[in-house]
Design a binder for this molecule. Structure first.
Ligand code: 13P
Length: 338
């Protein structure tokens, strides 16, 4: 393991003013997104759509792109590997390596993420294909009586085993324990569950001998459930999110890159900005969004080649707004979506 290089890459992933584009949706998830805009989910359409993003001006605000297995092997229309287009933009290619969340036995409503078998070999192959970092996502649902210790523990353990394997193969692990926004719980319940998941995660990372300087954390923001009658201000989300993260995340971690998790584009940007405006944080704090970066360009594109430029502009706009938010320099009046 080359810790200095892992640390260099981890820092590059959270450079102020830049953040991560999560473009690692499985083909099943892309189908759901394409169904919503009336586009057939063929390999060529998936390629054309992602090529559009990777060739847009907004890539100058993107430090890294998380790819799906299909995409890291794909070539653009003109035959250039998509990985080369990403690198040419000065952006680091990364790869999702988990094999999805599956039902956890004896724990109704809970999931554990699988994919450890054969992972060392897959990491070595992905490194050869250009991946500098990887992602593994754990899913933690909130509901009556859940999450259980069994769920939090199993997911933290799997994340730690994944992270250790990544570092042993000189790949920076993004560790993602996602507390899901669905449900009617309030923000304080989200804070309590996020704290539980993060405390257990950092305990397991320690036991697995993972070097925190060579990792990036991808957490949820602390927010009320989507169906909660008690929605809260941007300031409250920022304050409670940072309170939990300061309680749980060691300062040795170079950076935190939030997932968007189903927040509106504007909420995700405004809350990231408010967090950075608080200042005095021990880590760099940026974004690793899928939906909050892609919803706008996908809607504009609608599968039509003639919409490519407009879709690129929509992506660039969101990337620029989130870039400002990663420096606490965003203003609502700059955001045409406001
Ligand atoms: P969202 O930003 O849509 O939550 O996706 C981020 C991600 O990569 C989830 O693993």
């Amino acid at each position: 393991m080359d810790l200095a290089e892992l640390n260099r890459v981890a820092n590059a992933m959270v450079t102020p003013g830049r953040g991560i584009l999560a473009a690692d949706e499985s083909s099943g998830t892309v189908k759901k997104r394409f169904d919503a805009i009336g586009v057939e989910c063929t390999e060529e359409n998936r390629r054309d759509y992602r090529e559009l993003l990777f060739r847009s001006k907004g890539m100058s605000n993107i430090s890294g792109v998380i790819l799906f297995d299909e995409t890291i092997r794909q070539k653009a229309k003109d035959g250039t590997p998509l990985v080369k287009i990403i690198e040419a933009a000065g952006t680091l290619p990364g790869i999702k390596v988990d094999k999805g969340a599956h039902p956890l036995p004896f724990c109704p409503g809970e999931m554990v993420t699988e994919g450890l078998d054969g992972l060392r070999e897959r990491l070595a192959e992905y490194r050869g294909l250009g991946a500098k970092f990887a992602k593994w996502r754990a899913v933690i649902n909130i509901g009556p009586g859940i999450p259980s210790y069994a769920c939090i523990n199993a997911n933290a353990h799997a994340l730690a085993r994944y992270a250790a394997l990544c570092q042993d193969e000189d790949i920076v692990p993004i560790v993602e324990p996602e507390v899901i926004m669905d449900g009617d719980h309030d923000i304080d319940r989200c804070a309590e569950v996020s704290e539980f998941a993060l405390k257990m995660l950092y305990e397991q990372l320690y036991y697995a001998r993972v070097k925190l300087e060579g990792t990036v954390l991808k957490p949820n923001m602390v927010v009320p459930g989507k169906k909660s009658p008690k929605q809260v201000s941007v300031a409250e989300v920022a304050e409670k999110t940072i309170r939990v993260l300061k309680e749980c995340v060691p300062a040795a971690v170079p950076g935190i890159a939030f997932l968007s998790g189903g927040q509106s584009d504007l909420d995700a940007t405004a809350r990231l900005d408010a967090i950075n405006k608080l200042g005095g944080l021990p880590w760099k704090v940026s974004f690793s969004f899928s939906r909050a970066l892609q919803h706008a360009p996908q809607t504009v594109w609608a599968g039509k080649a003639e919409n490519t430029q407009a879709a690129q502009q929509a992506f660039t706009h969101r990337a620029e707004m989130n870039s400002l938010a990663s420096r606490g320099a965003w203003k609502p009046e700059l955001d045409q979506a406001a």
